[in-house]
Design a protein around this ligand. Structure first.
Ligand code: OFO
Length: 179
């Protein structure tokens, strides 16, 4: 049985993962409309991945006899000035999520809920990778600058990163990989 404090904290994280998914979906739609099909593809897969993160927590909480509550939907930001701005926001958001996972981990430890803390180790590792990816992409976009050829090549690079990401999501079971 999970404590009410941990249940509430995990439900807050469920909301944040769902918000992440919708934020990336909104960014993907912007990129698709603005001539960046590769980046759009990457962001669509990222949105799916965040949904899986949300689902894993929903199932975990219910399995521990807590109650996972599905949050109300809020409209994510939909206007961006450039792809550079989009990925600045991606990195900022991932840093925010990392801090939130760390707080959640600390709350579980404080409550002596070591099973939940242990479960959250997966998220801690995942955040290292997500921040690293966002930083890398941001650096590459900065290198490509506003040069059309550079951005064209960058978008092709996005397409191959998106395929690799999609393959790894499918391999992990995608939305079925819930525990
Ligand atoms: Fe859920 O991993 Fe990014 O935010």
């Amino acid at each position: 049985m999970i404590s009410k404090i941990v249940e509430k904290a995990i439900n807050e994280q469920i909301t944040k993962e769902e918000d992440s998914s919708r934020l990336y979906l909104s960014m993907a739609s912007w990129a698709e409309r603005n001539g960046f099909p590769g980046a759009a593809n990457w962001l669509y897969v990222q949105a799916e991945e965040e949904r899986v993160h949300m689902l894993k927590l929903v199932h975990y909480l219910n399995d521990r006899e807590g109650a996972a509550i599905i949050p109300a939907l809020e409209a994510p930001v939909s206007k961006f000035k450039s792809l550079l701005e989009v990925f600045h926001e991606v990195l900022k958001h991932e840093e925010f999520i990392s801090a939130s996972i760390n707080d959640l981990f600390a709350a579980c430890n404080k409550e002596k809920d070591f099973s939940s803390a242990n479960y959250l180790q997966w998220y801690i590792t995942e955040q290292i990778e997500e921040e690293h990816n966002a930083r890398n992409i941001l650096d590459q976009i900065k290198l490509a600058g506003t040069h059309e050829g550079g951005m064209f090549l960058m978008d092709k690079e996005f397409a191959s990163m998106a395929s690799a990401k999609r393959a790894s999501l499918a391999q992990s079971g995608g939305a079925n990989a819930v525990t």
